[in-house]
Design a protein around this ligand. Structure first.
Ligand SMILES: [Zn+2]
Length: 378
């Protein structure tokens, strides 16, 4: 999900939203202003209902943000860096830069979100009751009550026991704790997620057929669940196939490196033709890597400019290149570098380039490991 609006860093985590979050806020405002609030708290003008509706829509977005922040804070405390939080039409997503090291950590990272939603729900409900007793106008009380119900719903929905929902991550943590095998636990929780996704989509479809437009929402959520769990399970199967193979076992010394200050013309005529490679590591004078460059990328430099443009001007900068350490598991590297691409991961030690891993190297390990007896993958 692409971030189109940045909120900035909140407790150290890059948070933002996709434009589709506006759709969610407007739908909430529309539902509240035209149906829910006029029924629960009659006697106001449509302007008042719409204002209350938009405020509640924003508060729902805020609730989603707090839910995701809870995941992030617990993850960061457990030593797992958080890439970003993105809110969108169907909720929020927290992208972690690594995997929990133990079932216990995995459990708390997953459970923190629904617990926060539950707390927000019960909290707003309780405040609504108190305000009601204090004689606050019914519109305020009902808006707050509705916000409470929505947060409780959010907690319960997210606790459905299938990936990629929080409940599925909790299920994975419990299965992992019982069996000691994280990847197999992930596959089981993934299958549960697939069933839940199809059930939700079916339910949404039936609702839509019976004339309720909200069914489309559920249909969409069901499909998103099925699709994302498919991607996650493919990744898990890949990790199982890679076993305990380390980066050092498959990396190779690059036959050719591109020198960062070399003109493109000289590189493509004198250096690149000497090897079968199409993607090259780029290094500076000290042998420190500065990025990678591919023939495809070099071909985009107009012929007339190849003498002036240097490798540094067209390289893929280090920040965008997958980096690895020799002792690292290949199974961890693939979460950063999709296999079967013409990408190149740079292996570094003490800031110097010591090797490269290509997409096809990863493919090769998976295929070779398939010949080993089960449970003995290298
Ligand atoms: Zn969550």
């Amino acid at each position: 999900m692409k971030q189109t609006i940045r909120f900035g860093r909140i407790s150290g985590v890059e948070a933002g939203a996709n434009w589709s979050l506006l759709v969610l806020i407007l739908l909430v405002a529309y539902g509240l202003a035209t149906a829910v609030l006029p029924q629960l708290a009659p006697g106001h003008s449509s302007g008042v209902y719409w204002t209350a509706g938009v405020v509640c829509g924003l508060l729902i977005a805020g609730s989603l943000l707090l839910h995701e922040l809870a995941h992030s804070v617990v993850a960061v405390r457990a030593g797992i860096p958080v890439q970003r939080i993105t809110l969108w039409m169907l909720g929020g997503a927290t992208v972690l830069d690594g995997e929990p090291a133990s079932p216990r950590t995995a459990f708390w990272v997953a459970a923190s979100g629904p617990l926060t939603s539950l707390g927000l729900g019960v909290g707003s409900g309780a405040i609504a009751v108190l305000l009601n007793l204090a004689g606050t106008p019914r519109l305020f009380v009902m808006a707050l009550w509705w916000l409470g119900i929505m947060n409780v719903f959010l907690a319960v929905f997210n606790l459905l026991p299938g990936l990629p929902l929080d409940g599925g991550r909790i299920l994975r943590a419990v299965l992992w704790w019982r069996s000691g095998d994280r990847d197999r636990a992930a596959l089981s929780a993934g299958r549960a997620g697939q069933v839940i996704g199809y059930l939700l989509a079916g339910l949404g479809f039936a609702e839509w057929l019976s004339g309720q437009l909200t069914g489309l929402w559920l249909l969409m959520i069901g499909f998103v669940i099925v699709m994302s769990v498919g991607t996650e399970s493919r990744m898990t199967r890949l990790r199982i196939g890679l076993g305990r193979t380390t980066v050092a076992e498959v990396m190779s010394r690059p036959a050719v490196t591109a020198y960062v200050a070399m003109p493109v013309e000289r590189f493509v005529t004198e250096v690149a033709p000497r090897t079968p490679e199409t993607v090259f590591p780029v290094v500076d004078l000290d042998g420190a890597p500065t990025g990678t460059v591919s023939l495809r990328r070099l071909a985009q430099v107009p012929a007339a400019r190849r003498g002036d443009v240097r490798i540094a001007d067209v390289q893929r900068p280090l920040a965008d290149v997958p980096l690895a350490r020799p002792e690292e598991l290949l199974a961890d590297l693939v979460t950063r570098m999709p296999p079967a691409t013409d990408e190149l991961a740079l292996v570094t030690e003490h800031g110097r380039l010591v090797g490269v891993v290509r997409g096809q190297d990863i493919d090769r390990v998976v295929q070779l490991n398939a010949f080993r007896p089960l449970g003995q993958a290298a």
